[in-house]
Design a protein around this ligand. Structure first.
Ligand SMILES: [Zn+2]
Length: 233
């Protein structure tokens, strides 16, 4: 769970006792949360020194956190000018990204249906059982829990399908982080839960065609839920 930046402020003395590695992880979590909920607006310069002061740390852990955030696609480095946050996805970028997902994930779900071991089926069922209903709140933490669950489930299905290249390609899109920035203040719908149940049901039944079709339908719906939240082109 990511705390808010302000929630850390009274803990300065305790934070000084943390190892430098812990401080970096902590700063990363704070900055990621600030960008994901647009406290640091999209496409804006990141003031490293100001962030270091507000978090009560030196500039070094802030720079280390920014390097991680760059690999997440949440900031980009400006030549000799520090960092800026990335733009929110446009409708066109969502269509392109979901088209890519619709190429690899139905394939992955189909393969998972034929390749999954009993242990892997149990892991998928366990993930489904961890979210039997959508969070009722539309707050940041509720949505983050749901987004993390969604990311774990989609990643797990690709892992079960057994193609590491496809799994890594999916992870590099950071699609869940980008979707999160557009949708975190909305309630996650129960439709998503039902679609996930259908996918895992078909994988568990060994139904490759049905699993691929269920994944394709879920991705089409998730794309269509996201598109109205983004700017055109
Ligand atoms: Zn999903």
């Amino acid at each position: 769970m990511v705390k808010t930046m302000s929630s850390l402020m009274p803990e300065e003395s305790g934070r000084r006792r943390l190892s430098s590695r812990m401080v970096t992880v902590d700063v990363y979590g704070q900055l990621a949360a600030a960008i994901l909920r647009n406290d640091i607006p999209p496409a804006s310069r990141v003031n490293i020194n100001a962030l270091a002061v507000s978090l009560g740390v030196s500039a070094t852990p802030v720079r280390e956190a920014l390097a991680r955030l760059e690999s997440d696609g949440l900031v980009t480095q400006l030549h000799l000018k520090g960092y800026r946050t990335t733009d929110l996805l446009t409708q066109r970028e969502i269509r392109d990204l979901w088209q890519f997902r619709m190429l690899i994930e139905p394939y992955g779900a189909g393969h998972a249906a034929t390749a999954a071991s009993p242990e892997q089926i149990a892991a998928l069922q366990h993930e489904i059982n961890s979210f039997t209903s959508a969070p009722t709140g539309s707050d940041f933490d509720s949505y983050q829990d749901f987004s993390d669950h969604d990311a774990r489930l989609h990643g797990l299905i690709l892992e079960v399908s057994g193609n590491d290249v496809i799994t890594r390609a999916f992870q590099r899109t950071n699609c869940h982080l980008h979707a999160f920035r557009l949708a975190y203040d909305r309630s996650a719908g129960s439709a998503t839960v039902n679609e996930h149940v259908a996918i895992v049901d078909r994988i568990s039944a060994g139904d490759a065609t049905g699993a691929a079709a269920a994944m394709m339908e879920h991705l089409a719906h998730s794309r269509d839920r996201l598109l109205p939240l983004a700017k055109g082109t």
